[in-house]
Write a protein that binds this ligand. Structure first.
Ligand SMILES: NC(=O)c1ccc[n+]([C@@H]2O[C@H](COP(=O)([O-])OP(=O)(O)OC[C@H]3O[C@@H](n4cnc5c(N)ncnc54)[C@H](OP(=O)(O)O)[C@@H]3O)[C@@H](O)[C@H]2O)c1
Length: 335
């Protein structure tokens, strides 16, 4: 193994299911990368809503506790196990890096994505997870030459999704709120809808000559589900990929019949990618898109030192407008 001089690391763990208060930062011996693994010094870890759902203990994805929190980060390779085939000093990012809220994390090399010139660590840590999701989402429903509405079109996933779908020849209606409403147009959306300015389904129907859209991408769930059904064209598809307002309750087959024989799916990213090589290819594509079109990058809403990981998750969960990062190199009070 090639190695670093550092002997210990700090890592954030949720001690039990619960809110951000269950997160504690431990100091422990630095793990050694095994065969096919790399040790990455984390420069920036991106926080994601799924981290919070999994930590709550009440989500469809369950993990054992204590749980090392975070899945997304960007950093520098500082050591590599046998056969890893990765150069020390490489700038890398990715998702599926379990326990990324740490100053060092061991990652299987197939989950490392090179950061292209022109992008910094914070930018890469803001794009990796969203890029994998947005890329896989474009595979769900055939949409070239058709229309789609995207909720949260100014969010991390939404921005990439709008840009990706528009580039693929989909007429996109970007839905955003308040002062972020102009952002989807910068990313290629043909129409924008301000969700704070009246009935969203009515606005979407107006934008489509009354027909509605062939697909709706909805990360919100509980509070938007019926509105999403109401904006679909006959035989359209509602693609739910998150539950920012809680789970959907009380749906009947009759609702789908009345909406025009529509389809509804709960997106499972794993069902739309072949393997990690496929995931890293999607992230690579998203990173290059971010180099070409910096507007796809969600702005950084807040940076926290690792010692304040719990506060960072509190910021994410209170609706920060933009990406929340944990930056291990920051000292307490710097954020
Ligand atoms: N399944 C997967 O593989 C996967 C992967 C990544 C993310 N996700 C999910 O995707 C969702 C978005 O993640 P993200 O990282 O893009 O989050 P984000 O950057 O925080 O963006 C979320 C967007 O949703 C909008 N929003 C929030 N609450 C809303 C509400 N009540 N009604 C309508 N719009 C609302 C906000 O936009 P406005 O206020 O401007 O409307 C915000 O820009 C999350 O649910 C996350 O769990 C899933």
């Amino acid at each position: 193994m090639q190695s670093t001089k550092v002997r210990q690391r700090r890592i954030a763990r949720a001690q039990r299911p619960g809110g951000p208060e269950v997160i504690e930062v431990a100091v422990e011996d630095l793990p050694e990368p095994g065969p096919g693994e790399a040790l990455v010094r984390v420069e920036a870890a991106g926080l994601n809503h799924a981290d919070s759902l999994i930590r709550s203990g009440g989500y469809v994805v369950t993990m054992p506790f204590p749980l090392a929190v975070g899945v997304e980060a960007a950093g520098t390779v500082v050591a590599a196990g046998d056969g890893a085939g990765v150069a020390l000093g490489s700038r890398v990012c990715g998702t599926g890096w379990l326990g990324s809220c740490a100053d060092h994390v061991v990652v299987p090399v197939e989950r490392l994505v090179p950061i292209p010139d022109g992008l910094g660590f914070e930018e890469a840590a803001s794009v990796a997870h969203a890029g994998a999701a947005a890329g896989a989402l474009t595979r769900v429903w055939p949409l070239t030459g058709r229309r789609a509405a995207v909720w949260g079109a100014a969010g991390a996933v939404g921005r990439l999704l709008v840009a990706w779908l528009s580039r693929n020849g989909t007429e996109v209606i970007g839905i955003a709120g308040g002062d972020r409403v102009d952002i989807p147009a910068l990313l290629g959306a043909a129409h924008i809808v301000d969700r704070t300015a009246g009935d969203v389904a009515v606005q979407v129907r107006e934008a489509t000559g009354g027909r509605g859209v062939d697909a709706v991408f909805d990360p919100v769930a509980g509070s938007t589900f019926r509105t999403s059904l109401a904006m679909l064209a006959p035989r359209g598809c509602l693609i739910n990929y998150g539950q920012l307002s809680g789970a959907v309750a009380g749906t009947e087959f009759a609702d789908l019949f009345n909406a025009g024989g529509v389809f509804v799916t709960k997106f499972n990213a794993g069902a739309y990618v072949d393997d990690y090589a496929d995931v890293t290819a999607l992230i690579g594509e998203a990173l290059h898109l971010a180099v070409e079109r910096p507007e796809v990058l969600s702005p950084v809403a807040a940076r926290f030192p690792l010692t304040e990981a719990a506060a960072a998750y509190r910021a994410l969960e209170s609706g920060a407008a933009g990406k929340v990062l944990v930056v291990p190199g920051l000292s307490q009070g710097d954020g």
